[in-house]
Design a protein around this ligand. Sequence first.
Ligand SMILES: CC(C)(COP(=O)(O)OP(=O)(O)OC[C@H]1O[C@@H](n2cnc3c(N)ncnc32)[C@H](O)[C@@H]1OP(=O)(O)O)[C@@H](O)C(=O)NCCC(=O)NCCS
Length: 174
Amino acid sequence: MTGNQLRLRRAGARDVDYLLDLQVDPDVAPFLSAGRAATREELMEEIQRSLVEPEAFGRLMIEAPFEREWRLVGAIGFERANKRSRIARVGGLAVHPDFRGRGLGKAAVRELARVLFSELGYHRLEAGVYGFNERGMAAIEKAGFVREGVKRRAYRPAGEWVDAVEFGLLVDEF
Ligand SMILES: CC(C)(COP(=O)(O)OP(=O)(O)OC[C@H]1O[C@@H](n2cnc3c(N)ncnc32)[C@H](O)[C@@H]1OP(=O)(O)O)[C@@H](O)C(=O)NCCC(=O)NCCS
């Protein structure tokens, strides 16, 4: 899976430490789903599932070229939400704070959308972002997703009930 400025590859067991470190980063953790895989064991299960069911589930590493080398810059994922209607949910997007503001978040979402539509045959992609996450919403929206609605005070990631903004992207809009 390769875009112009980055490439995505399936996570493997060797990536588990990177993923654990990335998701506890104070500039990442509050923005990811509170229900995500959080322990080494849970992450290993997801990595395994991504390798065994590649069309239904993905744990992907984002790599970008820096000084003529491909460097790990973050992670992204997807999960099939509806087989009959070919819907996948995109999630787990995180760009390491050292690599922010270079368009990599947006490009990773675009590249994943390309793979899900053109290689895996999905018809519709969905993503939910906490209502306080301006950067997250910008990355999803600038990648082409359309804001479809708000799930009001749906989740309580850290004490307060917060909105989730729902986005969607259809294959013919891509
Ligand atoms: C969200 C995240 C992945 C974005 O990564 P990034 O590589 O810095 O994003 P990009 O550089 O692609 O920026 C995307 C757009 O957001 C805009 N943006 C950045 N910060 C913004 C902010 N605070 N408010 C509004 N727009 C913002 C950028 O200007 C850019 O638009 P442009 O391409 O027109 O310039 C990254 O900040 C992150 O990992 N955050 C923590 C985890 C998270 O929030 N995940 C998303 C959950 S859905």
